[in-house]
Design a protein around this ligand. Structure first.
Ligand SMILES: Nc1nc2c(ncn2[C@@H]2O[C@H](COP(=O)(O)OP(=O)(O)OP(=O)(O)O)[C@@H](O)[C@H]2O)c(=O)[nH]1
Length: 307
């Protein structure tokens, strides 16, 4: 039997890991493995995946659609030879990748068949991102690659705005079905799409490079002051479009670290859902337009927040 391949794409912070976690928690009876490709030297995404032990593979050091194609092929080959070979492989693409390109790399291996390319859309931000001079092409390419659009974050906008986003998506990618989803609440469906995707064959082979994004990361073993951390993050320049971290605050004596998300200017800090085998210390990564942060990257900000 071939392994069904599902690629989850979507722009930085759209909600890909949230959807993936819902799939992993679902009662679908399938043996699912996941492969995450974060776009930085510290792969925080792998830490944020629920029940990840034994079923999460990581692709580090670059964007799978551009630089790590060879690593991806090697990982796929390895997986289908394992005794605990899965029924399904879900690849969570990095937020800047072209998910169709990743699907194509996967399909070069005859042991895999493409179930679907699922693209998560941040309903609050998608139109502004698509119109952005720097990020627009990447976003539009992702939308066009989808067999299914999962329209998340409708809870952050009102009904009229939600209708306008739907109408815009319908006009922009008329052939693509979309489903609304709050925090990935369509997860059960996505393993069983078995999409008919003529687009894969038609897709222009070769790779039109997407805009360059820079990543920054910083780590510390010292506790972090919550108030000063929030102030430091609020001071990030607009060119930093996404940041996330697994953090240990000085005022929190639980063993459970906190998870920090910044998507655009929206920030949240919550306890890590499943703290089982997380690393000690704190880690922070950010992604944005090259040059948005100075040569020391996140370090000055993180240092300000230490106690
Ligand atoms: N309000 C709201 N927030 C959501 C929804 N889905 C996801 N989020 C939040 O959006 C933030 C980013 O979610 P992730 O799932 O980490 O996004 P991602 O696409 O995996 O991010 P990258 O891998 O960094 O590109 C988190 O704070 C989520 O809780 C939703 O439907 N509504």
């Amino acid at each position: 039997m071939t392994i069904a391949l599902t690629v989850i794409g979507g722009f930085l912070g759209a909600g890909k890991t949230t959807l993936l976690n819902r799939v992993l928690q679902g009662r679908h009876g399938r043996r699912v493995m996941v492969l995450v490709n974060d776009f930085g030297s510290i792969n925080i995404d792998a830490e944020l995946i629920a029940g990840r032990q034994g079923r999460t593979l990581e692709l580090k050091n670059g964007c799978a659609c551009c630089t790590v194609g060879g690593d991806l092929m090697a990982a796929l080959l390895d997986l289908q030879r394992r005794p605990d070979r899965p029924d399904d492989l879900i690849i969570e693409a990095s937020g800047v990748s072209d998910p169709m390109r990743i699907a194509e790399i996967g399909l070069a291996d005859p042991d895999y068949r493409l179930n679907a390319v699922v693209v998560v859309v941040d309903a609050e931000r998608v139109r502004a991102l698509a119109a952005d001079r720097y990020m627009g092409d990447t976003v539009l390419r992702q939308l066009a690659a989808a067999d299914l659009l999962v329209l998340g974050k409708l809870d952050l906008i009102d009904e009229a705005q939600g209708d306008a986003v739907r109408a815009w998506l319908k006009a922009t990618v008329p052939h693509v079905r979309m489903v609304p989803s709050r925090y990935g609440a369509v997860a059960e469906e996505i393993l069983f799409l078995d999409a008919d995707h003529p687009k894969t064959a038609d897709h222009v082979h070769g790779h039109a490079p997407h805009a360059d994004f820079a990543t920054w990361s910083a780590e510390t073993s010292r506790p972090i002051d919550r108030g000063r951390f929030a102030e430091a993050m609020a001071a990030l320049p607009p060119g930093v479009v996404r940041a996330k971290g697994v953090l240990r605050f000085a005022d929190d004596d639980s063993t459970r670290p906190a998870v920090f998300h910044m998507v655009g200017r929206r920030m949240s800090i919550e306890p890590l859902a499943e703290p089982a085998d997380t690393q000690p210390g704190s880690r922070l990564v950010a992604i944005g337009i090259p040059g948005a942060l100075g040569p020391d990257g996140l370090w000055p900000l993180l240092n300000e927040a230490l106690r």
